[in-house]
Design a protein around this ligand. Structure first.
Ligand SMILES: [Zn+2]
Length: 209
């Protein structure tokens, strides 16, 4: 990883992760090198955390052949051939809205997968809709409505399947008791591993957009 240090007419120190291989530090003209180094060291954990996120996003991207993801303001963004947004020109609020719209435009993929799995495992779903939540990937209500968080679209397919199977299993058991997990296991034997893996992606869930 390369750390580029730029001294310029400015009042404070700034650190920016440009890419996984490039970090830029901007400092006021007369800042001592030791001060800059200390500043970089103090941001080490933060840098590591963000690089880890970026690597994870690359993994997301490799599971999709119709889109790839770019990382924008801490939020994974899908970029397709037909859809390329000029983010620099957008306001913060518009950016978030456009990212959400991208996710929503692909919700049909999640819906189709749910219909497919419901048919395969003999579940009857009355309604499939999307939800926006920072705590839940999906839900099933006694009114027969299955909701999926639109952020799921960027998870690897096997985890999307896990969430769908989990919610479908709630049709039979509206709780998380052992019988429920037995139901999940019937269709998704590796569910324990999937649950652990889901934790890795909680940052996507927690990102508000
Ligand atoms: Zn549940």
């Amino acid at each position: 990883m390369e750390i580029k240090i730029i001294k310029e007419a400015r009042k404070s120190l700034l650190l920016k992760i440009v890419s996984k291989d490039e970090i830029v530090v901007k400092a006021p003209l007369r800042t001592a090198d030791a001060v800059i180094q200390k500043f970089i060291n103090s941001k080490k954990l933060w840098i590591e955390k963000h690089i880890k996120r970026m690597n994870m996003l690359d993994d997301f991207a490799s599971s999709f052949d119709f889109a790839h993801l770019i990382y924008e303001n801490g939020i994974p963004v899908m970029e397709t051939k037909n859809l390329r947004l000029d983010y620099e020109k957008l306001s913060e609020k518009t950016k978030l809205k456009s990212i959400k719209n991208q996710y929503l435009s692909m919700f049909s993929v999640l819906k189709e997968r749910t219909i497919f799995l419901a048919q395969k495992y003999n579940f009857k779903v009355d309604k499939i809709s999307y939800c926006s939540s920072s705590v839940k990937w999906g839900s099933y209500s006694s009114t027969g409505e299955l909701k999926l968080n639109y952020k799921l679209i960027i998870l690897p397919e096997h985890l999307v399947d896990y969430v769908i199977v989990h919610e479908l299993s709630h049709i039979k058991h509206m709780n998380h008791k052992p019988q429920f997990w037995k139901e999940v296991e019937k269709y998704y034997p590796d569910y324990k591993k999937a649950r652990k893996e889901m934790k890795l992606y909680s940052f996507v869930l927690k990102t508000k957009f």
